[in-house]
Ligand binder design. Sequence first.
Ligand code: RIB
Length: 299
Amino acid sequence: MHSDIVVIGSSNTDMVIKSERLPAPGETIIGGVFMMNPGGKGANQAVAAARMGGTVAFISKIGNDLFGKESIDLYKKEKINTDYIFSDPTHPSGIALINVDAKGENCITVASGANATLSPDDIDKAKYVIESARMVLIQLEIPIQTVEHAAKIAHKKGIPVVLNPAPMQPLSDDLLECIHTIIPNKTETEMLTGIKVTDWESAQIAANAIGKKGIPVVILTLGSLGALVKEGDQFYIIEAIPVQAIDATAAGDTFCGALCVGLSEGMAIDQAVSFACRASAVTVTKMGAQASIPYRHEI
Ligand code: RIB
């Protein structure tokens, strides 16, 4: 079955506690209520794209457990093609521990489980769906060899590869060559370039540095500042919509999913980024990952 947007990445269950502030190393603090939510950067991006109206296939790996089964049921409810969600008989489904502070900032630790066993062979089983997509969206919560393999398959067929380099790790020249659009946040931008982004000027310098790696489109997501786009020599600044932040979890994922839908519908890059900024602004106003991702009519 053909899907416009193919998302390749992680599926997690998030264990979340919101507290006044994030704990320091060695410290115990009393937080608020505990929440268990569906998450994972890959899954969040697939759900965001589906809720924005995209036809989506999700390539991922879960464990043979209740968390994995519940995740698949949820993706099916979102009308995501789950034919290429593989099951690992020996590793558990991915789990993320998330602390959220009063300002909505978070700290996340992931136990990858089955996500870490999504292999190039699995990707080969999904080759048809990748090769018939309009674009492929990948993050870095799965093995980097798998990311490289999938990116090569798509690139070879001229299908744009959109990479959200989260969590950041070194990117090989082979991978960089395959990327059409990269979407790092502030922290990832600094890790990628060594440039601290504090304003639009430093953002432009950093985007130029990333562009020099041979990536045609660079989109920096800068939280409350907004997003900076570099397409060739052209820059666009998209100011953020001011919102009362409750939880930033999945804001970047919503942005990536919505952006791909906008682009696959033929929006110009600045329009698609503005659409994605509006979608992620809604996400920030609610608790949870997939629980906070809006449907299209809400933006
Ligand atoms: O981007 C947010 C996501 O990161 C969470 O849902 C968590 O599962 C981690 O993967």
